[in-house]
Design a binder for this molecule. Structure first.
Ligand code: PLP
Length: 421
């Protein structure tokens, strides 16, 4: 296996001290490099981000904020957090940034804690229509602790029904309107939602976990100028470390900071904060804008290729890094399509489509995304081939081994195998 991230002196030490765990790390690299990774919420971080994650900053306790910590010895890690905050504000044009949330879910928990009391009402997108668990699912704290009214997409267009959002907002007077989704392939009209929030005196919270990298690059419209609070993950299209962050207006800065610490978290993970700073720095570069543009071009190419194979793109296509496909036309469920692709070395996930008659564990759809493959250097022609291979894997399960061989010998996979990413 040529060059790569796990062949430095630190890795050799790990192999010597803990060969069992070292083998797990190597096997995961092999898994990623040996197949096609189409999970829309994943990406492959740069060696610089990984270096920050594997650094001495992991050891430091730093409850509080730069210049106001509850532990001594924080003067060095303060610099990392100040850098991350400054870069996040600059990158997204935000008044205020909190870079401590451990994940997207933690960011949403803190944002709700800043804006709502238990029992308060919020209006958010239904999970079955593309929303996230933290947008009011009964299985999640959000659905248990708040009075959640859900909006969805129209049956005919499968697009967000802004008239319904407005009607529900006027009728239920929510304190917060949440927008943003997990499996919605189209742009969200933040301007319209801002207008609705103003009409009913609600806060507008945009959960941009998925498209934040595309917003950072300026290739899709940003939620920041419209929303009072923007939560996001740093590990999806943004290509940073696993983690969360929150942007908000000056007015809400104190409330958001207190909601993160001490209300919902203890000590921040300073290695992750440092890695977020690295990722924000990388996202400011012109190469990242080119990457983000390519992510969308690739997603369209893949979506078109899958449509040609008989899968129906929900909403008719995509504007972003992901596409949602109704696979019923091929006579399979989402779960069957997922497992057949997995057997051929193509990793994607089953996903409910709007008005799905199947239960969440089965579903009628699959979700695909292009952040990982674009990082690996795939172009639209490669994704056309991948689309055709997915079609064959799903339609002809008896030939999955053959398809798997073709996946492993895709020229782009062989090249990606040797790349640093
Ligand atoms: N919000 C949205 C819209 C998401 O898609 C996700 C994750 O997929 C999250 C929040 C939660 O992020 P995490 O898994 O880091 O908690």
């Amino acid at each position: 296996m040529g060059g790569g991230r796990f062949y430095g002196p630190d890795f050799e030490l790990l192999e010597e001290r803990d060969p069992e765990l070292a083998r797990v790390l190597l096997d995961e690299v092999e898994r990623v490099r040996g197949g096609v990774q189409l999970i829309a919420s994943e990406n492959l971080t740069s060696p610089a981000v990984l270096a920050a994650l594997g650094s001495a900053l992991s050891d430091k306790y730093a409850e509080g904020y730069p210049g106001n910590r509850y532990y001594g010895g924080c003067e060095v890690v303060d610099r990392a957090e100040r850098l991350a905050v400054r870069r996040a504000r600059e990158l997204f044009g935000a008044d205020h940034a909190n870079v401590q949330p451990h994940s997207g879910s933690s960011a949403n928990l803190a944002a709700y804690a800043a804006l709502l009391q238990p029992g308060d009402r919020m209006l958010a997108m239904a999970l079955q229509h593309g929303g996230h668990l933290t947008h009011g699912s009964r299985a999640n704290f959000s659905g248990r602790w708040f009075d959640v009214v859900s909006y969805g997409v129209r049956r005919d267009t499968e697009l967000i029904d802004y008239d319904e959002v407005r009607d529900l907002a006027l009728r239920h007077q929510p304190k917060v309107i949440v927008c943003g989704a997990t499996s919605y392939p189209r742009l969200i009209d933040f301007g319209v939602l801002r207008g609705i929030a103003d009409e009913v005196g609600a806060w507008l919270l945009a959960d941009a976990a998925h498209p934040m990298g595309l917003m950072a690059a300026g290739v899709i419209p940003s939620a920041v100028p419209y929303a009072d609070v923007v939560t996001f993950t740093t590990h999806k299209t943004l290509r940073g470390p696993r983690g969360g962050a929150i942007l908000c207006t000056d007015e809400l800065a104190g409330r958001i900071d207190r909601a993160v610490f001490p209300f919902t978290q203890g000590g921040p993970m300073m290695h992750a904060v440092a890695a977020k700073a690295v990722a924000f720095g990388e996202a400011m570069r012109p190469e990242f804008a080119a990457y983000a543009r390519q992510v969308i071009v690739n997603a369209r190419a893949l979506c078109d290729a899958l449509a040609a194979e008989g899968m129906r793109p929900v909403t008719g296509g995509t504007d972003t890094h992901l596409a949602l496909l109704d696979v019923r036309g091929l006579g399979v469920t989402g779960a069957e399509a997922e497992s057949r692709c997995a057997a051929a070395g193509i990793t994607l996930n089953r996903s409910a489509i709007p008005y799905d008659p199947e239960p969440p564990g089965v579903t009628s759809g699959v979700r695909v995304g292009t952040p990982c493959v674009t990082t690996q250097g795939f172009g639209p022609a490669d994704l056309e081939k991948v689309g055709a291979l997915i079609g064959r894997a799903v339609r002809e399960p008896e030939k999955i081994a053959e398809v798997g061989d073709e996946v492993r010998t895709l020229p782009v996979i062989r090249q990606a195998y040797l790349r640093q990413y």
